[in-house]
Design a binder for this molecule. Structure first.
Ligand code: NAG
Ligand code: NAG
Ligand code: NAG
Ligand code: NAG
Ligand code: NAG
Ligand code: NAG
Ligand code: NAG
Ligand code: NAG
Ligand code: NAG
Length: 473
């Protein structure tokens, strides 16, 4: 949304500057030196960058009313192989003395370290160098930017080493994003000084030790993403200060231990809570029934135990409680009654029920349904006849018993795992369009339709035959 607003403000700026009289010589010099440092530009990102033309009309820049360049936008498309720039970032860009925002995203083939000459650009407030990708350590003196930077986004580069403690000097930051690098060491204590932060994203690095108690000063924080590191210890108590503003709390894929603190149930603005793949123990706090507005809840792959609170969700969209130590008995009614659920994952949740008559409030939005490793019997035939856009259905390791030929496989379906059940009948030819199929260890019989799946997708049945199994008699 932010990007969209910025995009439209660029358009507006460009219209305002319809009457222009060429590029300021310093701006032109800086921009041309940048272009000279680029060795490959196969998609022509810089094709309008020509000397003697108005650099405010290049679409990849914006200008002040005075005609000075105040932002540069260079963005590759990750899904288009040719959309990249190779080369280096020329320090001559520092000639653009009115530059306020530098946005370089998904350029993918730029080499070099962190451009420390940016310290000298006294108007720079927004620095986005994302998936450029830069290498080396973050400079120890990165604090020299001082109080002028509002956004520092260095996600998706190859920075190594520790986060410099001088980061505490960047007190105006509302966004600090260092996600997707190879940063090591501890969580930097100096982040407690960044009291204007709204987004803190350090996910997918190799930061270790405990998450320090620094959050009581970060009351404006809305996005906290620390997933995919090596954090240990408990979820810090000072996170309780982030209610009521916090919208995204993502601490997944660490080694956090101890119980889920009950104060998390009072986070009324929370949209997404992801605590998956940690070592959390004990029951889920009763206070979670107060998380009425949560849309995405992932507590999977921990060691959480019963009882699970009856939640009061208005419309949960994704729920994953898989692979804990729950004995839910049934698919919870509060989940079945959500009007917009599209991903429901309850693998190994101790569910013992007959699926034949399970009637969720809606089935229209269901994309993913994982009921693997429970004790579910009966048939999903009605369910799969109702879910018109299902992409994945996983129900291996249950007691399902139905004729596979009666099951509808919708055109959107990609992944179907029904292995280790008591399914009978034959394999319909409609499975051929799937990406993954597993119907092994059931009671199926008859000639297999032509498919690309390996023998292990079909083994362990009563009398299936034909490629990739043995020929039919
Ligand atoms: C772009 O980067 C890839 C991977 O690092 C490398 O193999 C390729 O040679 C680079 N292309 C250019 C034009 O530099
Ligand atoms: C902190 O920022 C100020 C300018 O705001 C600067 O003078 C000082 O050198 C910086 N300190 C560090 C440790 O980077
Ligand atoms: C950061 O905050 C701590 C106290 O919260 C203070 O002692 C320290 O001087 C601050 N550091 C900077 C660089 O402002
Ligand atoms: C972080 O954890 C990963 C996987 O558990 C491990 O390979 C890596 O060595 C750890 N890194 C550090 C810095 O502890
Ligand atoms: C977390 O759990 C995993 C698997 O259950 C285990 O291998 C690991 O040692 C545990 N780590 C901690 C810190 O308890
Ligand atoms: C839920 O919120 C209400 C009102 O904020 C509070 O009185 C109640 O104690 C909370 N319930 C739990 C289980 O925390
Ligand atoms: C599951 O429920 C259906 C519908 O009530 C019923 O016909 C069927 O016999 C039940 N299946 C089993 C195995 O109990
Ligand atoms: C599937 O749904 C269609 C229309 O909604 C209905 O006519 C058909 O009988 C259903 N098939 C099964 C197996 O439930
Ligand atoms: C199918 O499932 C069985 C049993 O769960 C497993 O051993 C086999 O590797 C799976 N095959 C494929 C192709 O997923």
């Amino acid at each position: 949304m932010k990007t969209l607003i910025l995009f439209f403000s660029i358009l507006t700026l460009q219209l305002l500057r319809a009457t222009s009289d060429g590029c300021h010589p310093d701006d032109e010099k800086g921009l041309m030196s940048f272009k000279a440092g680029i060795t490959h530009d196969p998609s022509g990102m810089l094709s309008l960058w020509k000397p003697g033309t108005d650099c405010c009309q290049w679409r990849t820049t914006t200008c002040l009313a005075s005609g000075r360049v105040n932002s540069i936008w260079l963005t590759g498309s990750p899904d288009q192989p040719n959309s990249y720039l190779a080369g280096t970032i020329s320090p001559s860009l520092a000639k653009l003395e009115f530059l306020n925002g530098l946005y370089m995203m998904n350029l993918r083939n730029i080499t070099g370290g962190f451009p420390t000459w940016l310290y000298g650009m006294h108007n720079l407030m927004y620095l986005y160098l994302q998936n450029v990708p830069l290498t080396g350590r973050l400079p120890r003196d990165i604090g020299r930017f001082g109080g002028r930077l509002n956004a520092l986004n260095l996600a998706g580069n190859r920075f190594t080493g520790a986060i410099p403690s001088s980061i505490s000097n960047l007190t105006s930051l509302s966004e600090l994003n260092l996600a997707g690098n190879f940063l090591t060491g501890k969580f930097p204590l100096g982040i407690r000084n960044l009291t204007n932060l709204e987004t803190l994203d350090l996910q997918n690095n190799q930061l270790a030790r405990s998450i320090p108690e620094i959050f009581s000063s970060l009351t404006r924080l809305r996005y906290l993403r620390l997933s995919g590191n090596n954090f240990t210890g408990k979820i810090p108590n000072s996170i309780s200060s982030l209610s009521p503003n916090l919208e995204y709390l993502e601490l997944a894929r660490n080694s956090l231990t101890s119980q889920i603190p009950s104060f998390l149930g009072s986070f009324h603005s929370l949209d997404t809570m992801n605590l998956a793949w940690n070592n959390l123990t004990g029951p889920v706090p009763k206070s979670f029934k107060n998380l009425t507005k949560i849309f995405n809840l992932d507590l999977s792959h921990n060691s959480l135990v019963d009882p699970f609170p009856v939640m009061n969700v208005m419309g949960i969209e994704t729920l994953d409680l898989s692979y804990n130590k729950f004995h839910l008995g049934r698919i919870p009614d509060w989940a079945s009654s959500s009007p917009i659920l599209y991903s429901l994952k309850l693998a190994k949740c101790g569910i013992k029920m007959n699926l034949t008559n399970w009637r969720p409030q809606q089935t229209y939005f269901y994309d993913y349904l994982d009921l693997s490793e429970n004790e579910i019997w009966g048939s999903p035939v009605w369910l799969l006849n109702q879910t018109d856009y299902l992409v994945g259905f996983w129900a291996s390791g249950n007691k399902l018993s139905f004729d596979l030929r009666q099951m509808r496989i919708v055109g959107t379906m990609k992944d179907l795992d029904l292995s280790r059940n008591s399914i009978y009948g034959g394999v319909p030819s409609s499975v051929a369009g799937l990406r993954n199929l597993n119907v092994s260890w059931n009671h199926l019989c008859g000639r297999l339709p032509p498919t690309k799946f390996p023998a292990s997708s079909f083994e362990g049945n009563k009398c299936l035959c034909g490629s990739p199994l043995q020929p039919c008699k």
